[in-house]
Design a protein around this ligand. Structure first.
Ligand code: LMR
Length: 328
């Protein structure tokens, strides 16, 4: 039997975690032979709810679930963690922009970064889900100076999944036919879902969907505003699809990326790719080598249209970094 992988999940009483935890525990992410220790964190006012989550996890009798720890402390939450899934954050409500959340959530990501630095396992990998996830990731990374910067990632897989689904529906093809879907930039309404490099059945999307106006306007805007549309319809932010995207993100980081496909995630820019400033957490096309290291797909040629989109989303991220500069 392998030794357990320790997975810390924050926001444990929330809706995203409620979808996520059971799939982490059932072996569908880390493997059918990989035991899991779960550390579930919640803020003190909701930590009592976690007892119910624990009971349900126990009642699933998952053979691979080795240990469950419930906590409201950052120090305990990341103790020996190999993975930290930072889901907990005040979610966006109707009419709010992600920016409104920045200062509300920033201090907790500072504290989590500090705790990760001091207590996590040496191979820790961090996935930031709580919004605004790129800048929250930046703050946590900044406060964990002993953890390599490449270990910090932010979730744009939900946007990638949304884009693939929208293109597949428009083209009348299965989702699996849509590949190489890049989300550039911020997980916000400035992100650029890059239909120019995506392919359907191996053909560039603009050759399959010739309606450029639909691609540039309807499609891009629908993906950018999908989170808000779900909030408007449900009165709450996305949960099951967000959890599903976290699982996809972790799986993509663990598995070698197929052929010349790629996936999207927010990672730290080293200033060498696509004109993006050093240190920003920016969503790029990425590949994983199967040994736990990722790299940015280099050398994609960008149209003038795409360059403008990247400038816009980079500008927003630089502004967010400026807004939290006291914490950096
Ligand atoms: C989403 O994209 O659905 C989530 O990040 C929630 C939000 O605030 O948009």
């Amino acid at each position: 039997m392998k030794s357990p992988v320790t997975v810390a999940v924050t926001g444990g009483a929330g809706q995203v975690a409620y979808s996520l935890l059971f799939q982490v525990a059932n072996g569908s992410v880390f493997g059918n032979d990989q035991p899991v220790n779960l550390i579930i964190k919640e803020v003190p006012q909701f930590v009592g709810t976690l007892e119910g989550v624990r009971m349900e996890l126990e009642d699933c009798a998952f053979p691979l679930l080795n240990k469950i720890t419930l906590t409201d402390s950052d120090t305990e939450a990341f103790d020996g963690a190999n993975w930290a899934l930072l889901v907990g954050a005040t979610p966006r409500g109707p009419g709010m922009e992600r920016k409104d959340l920045l200062l509300m959530n920033a201090a907790s990501f500072r504290d989590q970064g500090t705790a990760i630095d001091k207590t996590a396992a040496s191979d820790i990998r961090v996935v930031v889900v709580g919004n605004p996830c790129n800048t929250n990731c930046l703050i946590a990374m900044h406060h964990a100076p002993d953890v390599p910067r490449t270990r910090f990632t932010a979730l744009t897989r939900l946007d990638q999944n949304r884009s693939r689904a929208a293109l597949a529906i428009k083209a009348g093809r299965p989702v699996s036919a849509v590949e190489r879907m890049t989300i550039w930039g911020n997980h916000s309404s400035t992100q650029f879902p890059d239909f120019e490099h995506a392919v359907i059945d191996g053909k560039p999307v603009p050759e399959v969907i010739s309606d450029r106006n639909w691609l540039e306007n309807t499609f891009v805007e629908a993906v950018q505003k999908r989170g808000a549309a779900i909030i408007a319809a449900r009165g709450k932010s996305s949960a099951a699809s967000a959890a599903n995207a976290v699982l996809d993100h972790v799986r993509s980081m663990l598995e070698q990326t197929d052929g010349d496909n790629w996936y999207s995630m927010g990672v730290v820019s080293d200033g060498n790719n696509y004109g993006i400033a050093d240190g920003l957490i920016f969503s790029f096309p990425c590949r994983t080598d199967g040994k736990g290291e990722w790299s940015i797909v280099e050398g994609l040629s960008l149209s003038d249209y795409a360059k403008k989109k990247l400038e816009t989303t980079q500008f927003e991220l630089i502004g967010e970094r400026e807004d939290v500069k006291e914490l950096l």
